[in-house]
Design a protein around this ligand. Structure first.
Ligand SMILES: Cc1cc2nc3c(=O)[nH]c(=O)nc-3n(C[C@H](O)[C@H](O)[C@H](O)COP(=O)(O)O)c2cc1C
Length: 411
């Protein structure tokens, strides 16, 4: 039952002759097993190991998902960038492009954003009717002021009845095609307005096939620490469908620890894999009780970075690909001894051949830096959540917030 591994490094070795076995064995008095990870199902899909790549707007496009799948298991879940339901209904061309999946991606996992049950139901009908996805997740976690100010994202679950109607509409529209709907939300708006237990129970009652909790309030945004005890409480409240935990998994040990401490059925990994898609291989090994692969040296990181660029170029064309890749550079190179000038050159790269040349200038033997194992990606600071006027007056008011359907960006 106990699943713990105090230091990731204690399980890591490159030399098979001196591999430290982790599975069901004691390492420095610490035991780790993998039994809880194989039983997760989301609708018809077994998810093994029980790991989900978090939807991240501007990040989890086809190329990044493919890269993560190359390291992780094909039977884990890799969620696409958030798609706006209204844009689906209006058949916005750019949005339809974002809804692309690799030929061997299964299940094809799509996240939707919206506020209107009718629009979301219609979007789901289109998606499943045209066979565009195999799993639909719903975003109720976005804390961005331009979204919450209109009642969308993390603001919405406060309106219990509207939330219920949305989940119901989506589940009903997806049911005929056997496509599972899952729901992702935060703890609440702020410490005074917690919504996650109601959201979990409502989603369960309305036929969602799993819920995922990012264990922060919207007011926290990405700051501070995720409160994993809330994941444990949600797991107690939601008993008939899987509960996935999310927030601050930056290492394989974190994933194991979250499952152990909260009893959650699976983990959702976001920022930890930015510039570090091999985290999926590490988490997979840890959850299966296998030795962790060796952390990559800078030579290997350069290869992965180039592979990311090449996959993006296939998807977007070289010009757009290089512009997209630039935001990943600091994450890939984090903590490595790379001079300022070379870093700058990476950050302004514009051709694949140039990228290849820059990768060739890295010191391939530089080991993975210890201080790059911790938090990465956006953190920001907490702040008051912008809400529509009178939003908190009546949690049962099912009125659809005006104008929130137009948003196109996630978070
Ligand atoms: C760049 C970025 C974009 C994000 N976009 C979305 C999104 O579109 N939909 C969503 O539900 N969450 C989004 N998130 C939140 C993540 O899915 C996840 O819940 C959050 O980062 C916490 O997990 P982590 O600590 O593993 O990063 C985004 C996060 C980041 C950093």
């Amino acid at each position: 039952m106990a699943q713990r591994m105090d230091t990731e490094a204690s399980c890591r070795s490159s030399d098979p002759g001196r591999l430290l076995t982790c599975g069901n064995e004691t390492l420095d008095g610490v035991t780790m097993t993998s039994e809880a990870t194989t039983s997760l199902r989301i609708g018809p899909y077994p998810v093994d190991p029980a790991v989900v790549l978090a939807p991240m707007a501007g990040i989890t496009n086809l190329a990044f998902r493919k890269l993560c799948r190359e390291f992780g298991s094909p039977t884990s879940i890799y969620v696409c960038e958030m798609i706006t339901a209204r844009a689906v209904v209006e058949r916005n061309e750019k949005t339809l492009d974002m809804m692309s999946f690799d030929a061997d991606e299964s299940p094809r996992s799509m996240q939707l954003y919206g506020v209107d049950p009718a629009t979301l139901g219609e979007a789901v009908r289109i998606i499943v009717g045209e066979g565009m996805a195999d799993h639909i997740d719903m975003n109720f976690g976005c804390p961005v002021p331009k979204v919450t100010r209109l009642g969308g994202g993390a603001a919405l679950p406060y309106k219990r009845e509207l939330f219920r109607q949305i989940v119901r509409a989506m589940v009903r529209a997806a049911e005929p095609a056997g496509v599972p709907v899952t729901v992702k939300f935060r703890i609440g708006i702020d410490d005074e307005h917690l919504t996650y237990l109601d959201a979990g129970r409502i989603a369960e009652a309305e036929g969602a096939q799993a819920v995922a909790l990012h264990a922060r309030t919207a007011a926290q945004r990405y700051s501070g620490q995720a409160d994993w005890t809330a994941i444990a409480r949600l797991k107690e409240a939601v008993t008939t469908i899987p509960v996935l935990g999310n927030g601050d998994i930056f290492s394989a040990a974190d994933a194991v620890r979250m499952m152990d401490e909260t009893g959650c059925d699976g983990v959702v990994v976001g920022r930890g894999c930015l510039g570090r898609p091999w985290l999926f291989a590490e988490i997979q090994a840890a959850l299966r009780g296998q030795p962790l692969p060796e952390a990559p040296d800078l030579g290997r990181v350069g290869e992965v970075l180039y592979r990311h660029g090449a996959l993006l170029a296939e998807l977007l064309g070289e010009d757009k690909a290089m512009r997209d890749l630039r935001k990943h550079m600091a994450w890939y190179l984090m903590g490595f001894p790379v001079g300022a000038e070379l870093r700058r050159a990476f950050a302004t790269v514009s051709h694949l051949t140039e990228l290849e040349d820059l990768v060739g200038q890295l010191d391939p033997t530089a080991p993975f830096p210890r201080d790059a194992e911790g938090p990465r990606g956006r953190q920001g600071s907490p702040g008051k959540v912008a809400l529509p006027h009178g939003w908190l007056d009546d949690p049962e008011d099912p009125a659809v917030p005006h104008g929130a359907d137009v948003m196109h960006s996630g978070g």
